[in-house]
Design a protein around this ligand. Structure first.
Ligand code: CA
Length: 223
């Protein structure tokens, strides 16, 4: 899952980014409204955290235009001013939630999880065939075997499980699992798919779940 933070207060942005990365999200940070809106429009984010007070263009203006342009990612507003007026305005324009600064990271994380579940993200426990992944504990299980995953392996498996039976191109995978610093010239996606296979798709299991679509990407399906 990839998240965009539009926030000019470096400390706040860094605090959120660090926390989210520890939870295995890919995170981009942008510091003003104009660039933030551009990022939100050219990339496919799973959620956007948008500060109201921003240089160049206010968060409320960015929100209004993103909604007008059909951006579907859920948006959480951050506001330093705990005024009813701002919140009401934001929610009326189409914000999905808001947080008043200062807030605990756990609070933000809880709200994000609710929003991403509310979208196309279904039940909390992700399952496919005899494979399951619990986003709350971040543990995977294939049959009766528990599997330990690194942060990136978790993010990759979560994305595959949220899109079963759909051919996912390397670009699409990279866009949802890696952030803006991802170098598309590398074979990082293939490397991580191989890591994942070595844990959840070994010979010990009768059915293979992650399949290569030659020249395109990967699909999670039962043969
Ligand atoms: Ca600000």
């Amino acid at each position: 899952m990839r998240i965009l933070i539009i926030e000019d207060e470096k400390k706040v942005a860094a605090f959120i980014k660090r926390g989210l990365e520890q939870e295995s999200y890919a995170v981009d940070v942008v510091e003003d409204g104009v660039e933030g809106q551009h990022y939100a429009e050219v990339n496919e984010y799973d959620a956007i955290i948008l500060d109201i007070m921003l240089p160049k263009k206010s968060g409320l203006e960015v929100l209004k235009e993103l909604k007008a342009n059909g951006i579907k990612a859920p948006i959480i507003l951050l506001t330093a001013r705990d005024t009813v007026e701002d919140r009401v305005k934001g929610l009326n324009i189409g914000a999905d939630d808001y947080l008043t600064k200062p807030f605990a990271f756990e609070e933000l994380l809880a709200r994000l999880r609710v929003l991403m579940r509310r979208g196309s993200y279904g039940a909390p426990m992700l399952k496919f065939a005899d494979l399951s992944l619990d986003p709350a504990t971040r543990k995977a299980k294939r049959g009766n075997t528990e599997v330990e995953l690194t942060v990136k392996e978790y993010a990759l498996l979560e994305y595959l499980l949220r899109n079963p039976n759909r051919v996912l191109t390397r670009t699409l995978i990279a866009e949802h699992v890696w952030d803006q610093t991802f170098d598309s010239e590398t074979n990082v996606v293939d490397v991580y798919i191989n890591h994942l296979r070595s844990k959840i798709d070994t010979k010990d299991f009768t059915k293979r779940l992650i399949h290569t679509v030659r020249g395109v990407g990967y699909v999670m399906k039962e043969e």
